[in-house]
Each structure stands twice: as structure tokens, then as C-alpha cells.
Design a protein around this ligand. Structure first.
Ligand code: PMV
Length: 312
């Protein structure tokens, strides 16, 4: 049996603006993960592949799956990458505890886990840049015009500064910091939120461009703070990024409720993370405020809270 996994992620700064070429910062969340297991499937013809994803209610043979199915595409990409099909029949089982459609990179993590497990089973360890590039192809099926940040952070499993089309810069986090993630429990389709922002941009590029530029400058300032060991000063930049995301109408009542609750409980800054209009928010906390922020998020209706250390 070959098992590989990939973590969840949150975007610290720059979501949406990154679709328009601006930089963004994202970090892996190791407390949640997608995992793929590859075993040999007895009693089936060699070369066939059974794909099982119990959480998604999927248990199908590869040859029965449509060409645009993300799991099927991941499997076919591995065969193309290593230039051969498996000699025996295989069974791929996928599981994930990353909240779905919530801004935590679940689709990218599932792709990376499957790509890695299958390639490794066939004797080929995929390096992060290949896992990321192949997962990017699958992300296009999910999201239409992804920036590439999700597959990058999930495949590299490191905090990254990302500009579309450039190699990612792995962050040198000189002083660790803690984020508290709060899940609104409202799912949101990235594809739809990205399309709504695109519509606004098409209708009024002159008012959208300054918003994206300012988000890009916040991301650059955040990069410097993180690399200089001053992550405790990120709070106001997160609050400003949130105000700009609200301005382009990707926040939601549920997100605002959690963000306000976190701030009132002592978070240094808070914002939505990912596409928005549901999904998760993140709050920058200290050892002193962490428990109070977590309790406040629960009281304000968070269905799940996840504490994650960056750079620990
Ligand atoms: O909702 P997620 O985790 O897929 O994040 C989307 C981030 C966006 O910037 C909104 C889209 C993208 O492709 O970068």
C-alpha cells in the first residue's frame, strides 16, 4: 500500500487580487489533510483503476468516469507524467477532513494527495513543483481561472509568497505566529465568487484596479513583516485587507459576525480567507488571546475552529 497526504491551507493576504496578477501570501494548515491510499485491486483486469472517495459518495472505475472528472483527470495526468499505466489493477481511496468549498484548499489537497500516492506507487516521487503543476491542471476543472496559489501552497507545504506565473517564494518566517481559523459552516463555490468579481471588474475596472493594487501593497508589507520577525504587527494589515474584500462584496454576514467576535475577544486582526461569501475566516492571536478568541468564535456560530502555528 502507498499512502500520501497533502495539507489544507489558508490565504493570509491577497485573495482575488492574485487572480489579477497581484501577489498573495498563503500558509499550509497541517491540522487538516487529504489522504490517498493506493493498493492493488485483486479480481480486476490489469490496467484498470477503481477510485473510491467515500466522503463524496464516489466508487467508480476510471474508464466509467467522464474526462472532466477531477479525480479521473489526476489519475490520467500521473500516467501521462510517468509514461506508463500500472501493470496490475489498482484501487485508489481518498479521504479528507478539510472542510469542503470553504476556502481551505480541499480540492487542491485531494489532487495533490492522489497525484503523489499514485506516482509513488508506480515508483516515482513527484517533487513539489510537478505536484503543483499537475494539480493546477485539475484546479482549472474546479475553478475555471485559478491563480495557482492553492495548488502551490498545498504541494510545497510551506508558507509561500505567490505571483501568478512566477516560481513561488518560500517564506522565511523568522518568528512563529498563531492563527485561529473559524468556519462559518456556509459553503461557497470559488468559481462563482471569482466570476462575480470578474463581472464587477469588467463593469468598472477603474474602481476595482486601485482596490487590487492596495491589496497587493498590503501583501508586500506583510511579507516584509513576516520575514523580519514582526508578524505580531500584521493585524492592521489584515483588517485593511478585509475592508477591501468587503468593498468588492465578497464578505458575508456570517463572516462579518465571526470577524467582529474575534476582534472583540482580542484578536490582533481578522479577515475572511479564500474566495469569501462563506467559508472560513482567520484571526491573528497571541498565547494570551487564543482561548478567548476560540470561545468567542464558537459563541458567534463557528461550526469549527482550527488553531494553526505558522513557522513553528
Ligand atoms: O476559495 P479558495 O480556497 O479556492 O481560494 C480562492 C482564492 C482566489 O484568489 C479567490 C481565487 C484564486 O484562484 O486565487
Amino acid at each position: 500500500m502507498t499512502v500520501r497526504s497533502a495539507p489544507g491551507k489558508v490565504i493570509l493576504f491577497g485573495e482575488h487580487a492574485v487572480v489579477y496578477g497581484k501577489p498573495a501570501l498563503a500558509v499550509p494548515v497541517n491540522a487538516v489533510k487529504a489522504q490517498a491510499e493506493v493498493t492493488e485491486q485483486a479480481d480486476a483486469a490489469s490496467g484498470t483503476v477503481r477510485i473510491e472517495a467515500p466522503d463524496a459518495g464516489i466508487d467508480l472505475w476510471l474508464h466509467e468516469m467522464p474526462g472532466d472528472d477531477p479525480l479521473a483527470m489526476a489519475v490520467r495526468l500521473v500516467f501521462a507524467e510517468i509514461g506508463r499505466k500500472p501493470p496490475a489493477a489498482l484501487h485508489i481511496r481518498v479521504e479528507s477532513d478539510i472542510p469542503l468549498a470553504s476556502g481551505m484548499g480541499s480540492s487542491a489537497a485531494v489532487s495533490v494527495a492522489v497525484l503523489r500516492a499514485l506516482a509513488a506507487h508506480l515508483g516515482h516521487e513527484l517533487p513539489p513543483e510537478r505536484a503543483s503543476a499537475l494539480a493546477f491542471e485539475v484546479e482549472k476543472l474546479h475553478h475555471g481561472t485559478p491563480s495557482g496559489i492553492d495548488n502551490t501552497v498545498v504541494a510545497y507545504e510551506q508558507p509561500v509568497y505567490f505571483i501568478p506565473g512566477s516560481a513561488p517564494r518560500i517564506l522565511n518566517v523568522t518568528a512563529a505566529f498563531t492563527l485561529m481559523i473559524g468556519d462559518t459552516g456556509e459553503t461557497s463555490a470559488t468559481r462563482e465568487v471569482v466570476a462575480a468579481v470578474r463581472e464587477r471588474w469588467n463593469a468598472d475596472p477603474t474602481s476595482m484596479e486601485p482596490v487590487f493594487s492596495e491589496i497587493g501593497s498590503l501583501t508586500d508589507r506583510a511579507l516584509r513583516l513576516i520575514e523580519h520577525g514582526e508578524a505580531s504587527s500584521l493585524g492592521p494589515l489584515m483588517d485593511r485587507n478585509q475592508a477591501l474584500l468587503k468593498k468588492i462584496d465578497v464578505s458575508s454576514t456570517g463572516l462579518e459576525r465571526l470577524i467582529n467576535a474575534a476582534k472583540q475577544a482580542g484578536a490582533l486582526g481578522a479577515k475572511l480567507s479564500g474566495a469569501g461569501r462563506g467559508g472560513v475566516m482567520i484571526a491573528l492571536v497571541t498565547p494570551d488571546s487564543s482561548a478567548a478568541v476560540e470561545a468567542a468564535l464558537r459563541d458567534a456560530g463557528a461550526v469549527r475552529t482550527i488553531r494553526t502555528e505558522v513557522g513553528a
